[in-house]
Design a protein. Structure first.
Length: 386
C-alpha cells in the first residue's frame, strides 16, 4: 500500500524544471508569432529568436534528459523550416575553429589516458620543499603547464583535484582547516584561470573565434596573438592577486610537517615514464609552440591541431576505438550548433538588432578590460565546470 501511495505522490508532484521549460516554450512562441520588436527586427529574426529561446529552455532545464546535441539538431531544423539556407545553418561545422576544438579535446583525453597529466603534477610538486607557499607555487606551475597542453578546463580539473586531495591527505591537513581549504582552492583556481589568457587555454577561446569568423567583417580578428595581447596580462595579474589574497584570507596557523621524500615516494609509485607519455608530451609541446609562434610561420591553428591529432594516432597513443569514445560528441555537436549562430543571426538581421540593444547595456563592462576579463572568466567557469 505504501508503494502505491509513493507512486501516486511522485506522479502528482510538480516538476519545477518542467514548468520553467514550458515557460520558455511559451515565451519563444510569443516572440516568434507576435513579432514584439517589429519593425526593428524582421519576422525571420523573430523566428530565429523563437528557436533559440526554446533550445535554451531544453539546454538549461533538460526536462526529458534530451542531450545537448539533439536539442541542437532541433534548433537547426527550426532554422531550416523557416528558410535559413543550409550553408548558414551548418556553417559552424565548416568553421576552422571547430577543427581547432575537436583535436584539442583529444589532447586533453590523452593527458588522462597516458597518465602524463598526473606525472607532470607530481613531478612539479616533488621539486619543492613542502610548505604552504611552495605548494601554492607548485599548483601555479601545474596550472600553467596543463593549460598549455589542453584547452579543456574540465580535463584540467579532473587531473588536478584528485591530486590536490591526495596532497592534503599526505600533508595530514584536517578537514575544515584553513590549510586544507587553501591548497584545494588554489589548485582549482589554477586549473581554471591562467590558461584563459591565451586562445587555446580554454574551450571558449576557439568557440569565440568561430563566432567572430562567422560574422562578416570580423573574420581573422581573433587569433592566438590578438587574444594573448588583450587577455594575457590582465588574466595573469588577476591570478597573482587571487593567490596573494587567498593566502592572506586562509593563511594557516600550522605548518606542513611532511618531508620532500614523501612526495618523491608518491612520484616513484607511478613507475618509469612510458613511451606513450613521452610521445604525448613531445607532440603537445610542439603544438603549443606552433600556436605561440603563428605570426612567424603563418600555419593556421586548425592545421596544427589536426597535425597533432594525426601524429598522436600514427604513434599509437590514440587508438581507433578512442575516436568514438575518447571525447564527448554531444559537446562537439553542441559547439558546432553554437558556432553557427553568428552566421544565422547575421543573415536574419538579429545581429544588427542585438547590437543596438546590447552595446549600450554592456558598455560599462567592455569599457574596462579588467572587468570584462573577470566577467568572461566567471562565465567560462559556470559554462564548463559543471
Amino acid at each position: 500500500m505504501s508503494a502505491i501511495e509513493t507512486s501516486l505522490e511522485q506522479q502528482s508532484s510538480i516538476n519545477p524544471k518542467l514548468i520553467l521549460f514550458w515557460l520558455f516554450v511559451i515565451a519563444g512562441l510569443l516572440v516568434g508569432f507576435l513579432n514584439p520588436w517589429s519593425p526593428a527586427l524582421n519576422p525571420l529574426g523573430h523566428k530565429v529568436l523563437m528557436g533559440l529561446i526554446i533550445a535554451v529552455g531544453l539546454w538549461v532545464f533538460k526536462p526529458w534528459d534530451i542531450p545537448f546535441s539533439v536539442t541542437g539538431c532541433l534548433l537547426m531544423m527550426i532554422y531550416l523550416v523557416f528558410g535559413i539556407t543550409p550553408d548558414k545553418v551548418f556553417s559552424g561545422f565548416t568553421s576552422s575553429a571547430l577543427w581547432v576544438l575537436l583535436p584539442a579535446l583529444y589532447f586533453g583525453y590523452v593527458l588522462v589516458k597516458t597518465g602524463l597529466g598526473k606525472r607532470i603534477s607530481y613531478l612539479v610538486i616533488k621539486a619543492f620543499n613542502p610548505s604552504f607557499i611552495s605548494l601554492i607555487l607548485a599548483w601555479v606551475v601545474i596550472g600553467l603547464l596543463l593549460s598549455a597542453l589542453t584547452p579543456s578546463i574540465t580535463v584540467r580539473v579532473a587531473i588536478v583535484m584528485p591530486l590536490a586531495l591526495s596532497c592534503v591527505e599526505v600533508c595530514k591537513l584536517e578537514k575544515g582547516s584553513n590549510g586544507r581549504a587553501l591548497i584545494l582552492l588554489t589548485a582549482w583556481a589554477m586549473a581554471l584561470l591562467p590558461g584563459t589568457g591565451w586562445l587555446t587555454g580554454a574551450l571558449w577561446g576557439p568557440i569565440v573565434m568561430g563566432m567572430f569568423n562567422a560574422t562578416p567583417g570580423l573574420d581573422g580578428v581573433i587569433t592566438f596573438s590578438s587574444w594573448s595581447k588583450a587577455a594575457f596580462l590582465p588574466i595573469e595579474i588577476m591570478s597573482v592577486l587571487l593567490i596573494i589574497g587567498g593566502y592572506f584570507v586562509l593563511r594557516p596557523e600550522e605548518g606542513i610537517s611532511v618531508s620532500k621524500e614523501v612526495f618523491e615516494g608518491e612520484y616513484a609509485k607511478l613507475g618509469p615514464m612510458s613511451r606513450e607519455e613521452k610521445v604525448t608530451g613531445i607532440i603537445l609541446l610542439l603544438c603549443f609552440l606552433f600556436f605561440a609562434t603563428g605570426q612567424i610561420h603563418h600555419i593556421p591553428d586548425a592545421a596544427v591541431c589536426l597535425g597533432g591529432l594525426f601524429a598522436l594516432t600514427a604513434a599509437g597513443v590514440i587508438k581507433t576505438q578512442d575516436l568514438s569514445s575518447g571525447i564527448s560528441w554531444d559537446l562537439v555537436i553542441f559547439v558546432g550548433v553554437a558556432m553557427s549562430l553568428g552566421t544565422v543571426f547575421a543573415s536574419a538581421g538579429v545581429s544588427q538588432w542585438l547590437s543596438s540593444v546590447l552595446v549600450p547595456m554592456l558598455a560599462p563592462i567592455t569599457g574596462n578590460s579588467w572587468l570584462f576579463c573577470f566577467c568572461c572568466n566567471i562565465l567560462s567557469a559556470y559554462l564548463e565546470i559543471p
